[in-house]
Design a protein. Structure first.
Length: 95
């Protein structure tokens, strides 16, 4: 599902620079901005995942203990659950 966003009061200079970047990539301004927003959202999800992994791995001790789960397994599980369709992932815990 997608939504419509409106951003008001964008300075002309900013719009012009973004439009120039879009043209250089052979994209519409809308396509370019959507790609920028998607990259930012991916960055935010990655940062959140790293924070969750850090909490799970160190348990507040400042480092992973001998019983800490394998980071590669946690990342793979979290990525797999993240990539499930919305209806398939409901009720599941995300690592």
């Amino acid at each position: 599902m997608s939504v419509v966003l409106t951003i008001r009061d964008v300075p002309e200079e900013v719009r012009d620079l973004l439009a120039q970047q879009a043209r250089e990539r052979g994209q519409s301004l809308q396509a370019y901005l959507l790609a920028v927003l998607n990259r930012q959202a991916d960055f935010c999800r990655n940062r959140q995942l790293l924070a969750e992994l850090s909490d799970e791995l160190d348990g507040g001790s400042g480092g992973a203990g001998p019983t800490a789960p394998d980071a590669a397994e946690l990342l793979a599980r979290a990525r797999a659950e993240r990539d499930l369709p919305d209806d398939a992932s409901s009720g599941r815990d995300v690592a």
